[in-house]
Design a protein around this ligand. Structure first.
Ligand SMILES: Cc1cc2nc3c(=O)[nH]c(=O)nc-3n(C[C@H](O)[C@H](O)[C@H](O)COP(=O)(O)OP(=O)(O)OC[C@H]3O[C@@H](n4cnc5c(N)ncnc54)[C@H](O)[C@@H]3O)c2cc1C
Length: 414
């Protein structure tokens, strides 16, 4: 029995409604899976999602680069909840895997037979001292939020010269390429407008990109723009009014700190599993780089402890690069395995860790990185070397992928 703050015993509310299939989160992964389940003829599905708006986050890079307005990345959530699926507007605050129930912030308890966790990750802005107070002011911005991406463009376009720093935090993040994509757009813009800029990439990672195959092509881009790289530099504090950024040097035995002044600072915040997952010892991964995320088998996407729970997308412990592209490959695997589980058959579908990252390297230029769990390149476009910068791949990002997202992926058709 739970206890109230006054120490009185409280009785957990009864489960108000129970669904055969409950999906937690109606973002990229939740909607894609719901649509695929409906296409497969499943009924009795509900999605828990608090937001009235669905965002296509990959375009926030081009919002920050001034190519598209933020408004085209946002559409009403209701238009993408598949027909026949119930929408429970609410914020989950706990998963009770032994009771097969989800607790919502308003006190409701929703039951399920099968649960799909698809609630994404959380942005930990407050883990960087001084950052929340100065975001969107004093030349500090981030493409990781819908409201801030337009601010990035405002700062780039009004930059009069000086030092521009782009950061990358410690630990897994969504779209590991995004922190450098906006840097290349900014560097390209400064060049085209003859603005004297010292561009610095200060990253907690030991290399420009985790997949070896794409490192040299990207370092070529870095050299072309004359960018200074500071590897193993983790942003720990920002002093907005005085325009100072402090980094911990991770490979220094004493973890010394260095402070750099800036005229423009683009921050990629530290990211982690939503608190209600990471604080749940029954469900959270306990070790490794994916600690705190919802623990699932990285090939079948099923929880090893609760066979009626699956997870997909940024919220899951699968050690792939956290991208919408990965979700596109995970969704059919999850649906096939869930249906197998429901009919008592063995789970045979396997996800191989595929992810892709369209690395914008300037206006009209893009390197398309595609790889699996082992870092092997897994190109899906035959006859083209996409590790070279290409205009056609940039067009794919600007036009092709958004169209595919809204019209095919979220409809369960791609
Ligand atoms: C700047 C940027 C650039 C990117 N570029 C690319 C790219 O080029 N290519 C690519 O493939 N990917 C890219 N991504 C990553 C991609 O957008 C994400 O990996 C993807 O959206 C993750 O999908 P998801 O469903 O796991 O999470 P989300 O799409 O974030 O959805 C999570 C949903 O869960 C809901 N939710 C959260 N908490 C709760 C709760 N407690 N209760 C109920 N609902 C909850 C949220 O409201 C949200 O709707 C980029 C991301 C960013 C920020």
């Amino acid at each position: 029995m739970a206890t109230s703050t006054l120490g009185q015993p409280t009785v957990a509310p009864q489960i108000s409604t129970k669904y055969p299939i409950l999906i937690l989160g109606g973002g990229t992964a939740g909607i894609t899976v719901a649509a695929r389940l409906r296409n497969a003829g499943q009924t009795g599905i509900a999605i828990i999602e608090p937001s009235e708006t669905h965002y296509y986050q990959p375009l926030w890079t081009l919002v920050g680069g001034g190519v598209v307005p933020a408004s085209i990345t946002a559409r009403p959530e209701k238009d993408y909840i598949p027909r026949g699926v119930s929408w429970i507007k609410g914020l989950a605050t706990a998963i009770e895997p032994r009771e097969n129930a989800i607790v919502l912030a308003d006190g409701r308890r929703i039951g399920y037979d099968y649960l799909i966790v698809a609630c994404g990750l959380q942005l930990d802005w407050d883990k960087i001292e001084g950052l929340p107070q100065t975001l969107g002011e004093n030349g500090v911005s981030s493409n990781y939020a819908y409201d801030l991406a337009p601010k990035t463009w405002e700062y780039i376009r009004s930059f009069k010269g000086g030092r521009a720093i782009f950061t990358y935090p410690l630990g897994p993040i969504k779209c590991a390429g995004a922190p450098q994509k906006i840097m290349y757009l900014a560097a390209d813009y400064f060049r085209r407008h003859n603005i004297k800029a010292e561009v610095i990439y200060a990253t907690a990672t030991p290399a420009i990109f985790s997949v070896k195959h794409y490192q040299e092509p990207l370092m070529k881009v870095v050299r072309r723009y004359g960018i200074t790289t500071l590897f193993q530099h983790n942003l720990v504090a920002v002093d907005g009014p005085n325009k100072q950024a402090t980094f911990e040097v991770l490979n220094d035995p004493e973890k010394k700190r260095v402070t750099l002044s800036f005229d423009f600072l683009h921050v990629t915040p530290p990211q982690s599993a939503p608190n209600f997952i990471k604080n749940n010892p029954l469900l959270a991964e306990t070790e490794g780089t994916t600690k705190g995320y919802l623990r699932v088998n990285k090939h079948t996407l099923q929880s090893p402890d609760f066979p009626n729970i699956f997870a997909i997308g940024d919220a899951s412990s699968t050690p792939n690069s956290k991208t919408g592209a990965a979700i596109r490959k995970q969704a059919p695997v999850l649906v096939e395995n869930l249906l197998a589980q429901m009919s008592g058959k063995p789970l045979t579908a396997q996800y191989n860790g595929y992810a892709s990252c369209p690395l914008v390297t300037g206006y009209g230029k893009l390197i398309l990185a595609e790889f699996d769990y082992d870092g092997n390149p897994t190109p899906s476009i035959p006859f083209i070397d996409t590790s070279r910068e290409r205009w056609s791949m940039y067009m794919l990002k600007r036009w092709g992928l958004p169209w595919m997202y809204w019209n095919l992926m979220l409809r369960g058709k791609a």
